[in-house]
Ligand binder design. Structure first.
Ligand SMILES: Cc1cc2nc3c(=O)[nH]c(=O)nc-3n(C[C@H](O)[C@H](O)[C@H](O)COP(=O)(O)OP(=O)(O)OC[C@H]3O[C@@H](n4cnc5c(N)ncnc54)[C@H](O)[C@@H]3O)c2cc1C
Ligand code: SF4
Ligand code: SF4
Ligand code: SF4
Length: 408
């Protein structure tokens, strides 16, 4: 964007994750983060204001040569969950991210995380106490707008406060590059295992669609409703006492139809993390330790990447159940490589930009037969009649009948 040599230029949008570090560092306030048609923000330089200092280019950390001077040789890995069942139920997986925030706040620090602004627009926010930090719990499956939080974080650090910043790895890498080594001692970074972030405008339009259907404004939302079970990915929109639970938006997310282009070439989809700690869902824990997995209890996968991370993690140990794990047995896709964009993602974007939400809803949101069957099976399993039917089947001696027949 622009032809000057010393200012940031986005020749290929895949090369920009939208972290906003370049805009935050610009001494002339010449960079604005502007949304494209999908709602993904990119830096745009006002060339009249630019003094060609080159700082925006230098700070960009969307690459694999970020500062690893504090890193352990290899991450130390755990399965973990909050000991308190009530705390556990209010978080997305094991609730470790929230426990880390709680610890930092109790020690007088500040935390940053993904919350809501305006009408359920996802954005990063600052919290000074536990009440404000509640909002950061639960995963919001849409790209969070960092807004002014990088500059706020630096101001907090300069004023002597300890800060924990939670977010996607590209956000923590960007913040780290922006803050620099001088204040790193007081800054803790926690990222998530990241599948990719969906387009903010598709999310906005999906919510409007649900509200139009319900004839009223949403009062609460859960991108991945914990009440549906930890392994299930379905969104719930609440309208006062009424609620609509569906898998329509989640399906688009899982298929990577609306991810930011940079997510397909993400340099952080591996075990070299740009943060002190990494939290993810501990998928596969039941095949590693049945006892720890319990009866489908949520669990986090934790990667301790630095000594600082180790120190903070050790402070929340008394509030958790923890199991050291061999990461080789729990490697999920996004710890090995980025999620490739869906084959139809370009068609999806074209359709959305030309025909709007209704157009992609009709073409891409309609579930396939297989998806309908899976949703039906899920509903049966959860209904009281279904549960009774399945438990009767469990007691039925299919195996001995089959063997008798064979012998006969
Ligand atoms: C877009 C997205 C993709 C993900 N992909 C995977 C994956 O492929 N594999 C996997 O194992 N886990 C993935 N996760 C992480 C997982 O869902 C949990 O968020 C994580 O395990 C933390 O759980 P918790 O119970 O400790 O967090 P909680 O205590 O519930 O706190 C939630 C944490 O997530 C952060 N957060 C929520 N939404 C966003 C957002 N939009 N952008 C940045 N940070 C956010 C909050 O700031 C907070 O730190 C993803 C999360 C998101 C938001
Ligand atoms: S070169 Fe310097 S002044 Fe110009 S946009 Fe980049 S940071 Fe701002
Ligand atoms: S990745 Fe971040 S720092 Fe780099 S150009 Fe994009 S917004 Fe700016
Ligand atoms: S997949 Fe990578 S680029 Fe995309 S949001 Fe996650 S960390 Fe950022």
């Amino acid at each position: 964007m622009g032809e000057e040599i010393h200012m940031i230029r986005i020749a290929d949008r895949k090369q920009c994750c939208g972290c906003s570090a370049c805009a935050a560092i610009c001494p002339a306030d010449a960079i604005k983060m502007k949304p494209d048609g999908m709602g993904f923000r990119y830096p745009v330089v006002d060339r009249d204001k630019c003094i060609e200092c080159g700082r925006c280019e230098k700070v960009c950390a969307f690459n694999d040569h970020y500062d690893r001077s504090l890193h352990l040789e290899a991450p130390v890995t755990y399965a973990a969950r909050a000991e308190d069942p009530e705390e556990l139920a209010r978080s997305q997986s094991g609730g470790v991210s929230y426990l880390l925030m709680k610890r930092v706040l109790q020690a007088g620090g500040i935390v940053y995380g993904a919350g809501f602004v305006d009408h359920f627009r996802v954005a990063h926010k600052r919290a000074e106490d536990l009440e404000q930090a509640q909002e950061f719990r639960l995963s919001k499956y849409v790209q969070s707008d960092p807004g002014q939080t990088f500059r706020q974080t630096l101001a907090d650090l300069k004023s002597g406060r300890n800060v924990l910043f939670t977010g996607t790895p590209c956000q923590t890498a960007g913040l780290h590059a922006f803050v620099g080594p001088k204040y790193r001692e007081r800054l803790w970074l926690q990222d998530i295992v990241c599948h990719g972030v969906p387009a903010p405008n598709v999310w906005r339009d999906y919510l409007s669609f649900r509200e139009r259907k319900a004839g009223r404004a949403a009062t609460e939302l859960l991108f991945r409703d914990p009440a549906c079970g930890w392994h299930t990915h379905r969104e719930t929109v609440r309208f006062g006492k009424a609620r609509v639970t569906s898998g329509d938006y989640s399906r688009l997310y899982h298929k990577a139809l609306m991810s930011r282009p940079s997510c397909g070439v993400c340099p952080y989809a591996n075990l070299h993390r740009p943060s002190d700690l990494t939290c993810g869902d501990c998928w596969g824990i039941e095949s590693v330790d049945k006892n720890f997995a319990g009866d489908g209890l949520a669990a986090s996968l934790i990667l301790v990447n630095t000594r600082k991370g180790e120190n903070l993690f050790s402070q929340v140990l008394p509030e958790m159940q923890v199991l050291p794990v061999n990461i080789d047995r729990l490697l999920q896709l996004n710890l090995c490589r980025p999620t490739p964009p869906a084959a139809e993602s370009e068609a999806f974007e074209r359709e959305y930009l030309n025909g709007g939400f209704e157009s992609i809803r009709k073409e891409f949101m309609v579930p396939t037969l297989k998806e309908r069957f899976a949703a039906w099976k899920w509903r049966v399993k959860r209904s009281e009649i279904g549960k009774r039917f399945l438990s009767t089947l469990q007691g039925f001696p299919f195996r001995s009948l089959f063997l008798k027949k064979k012998r006969g």
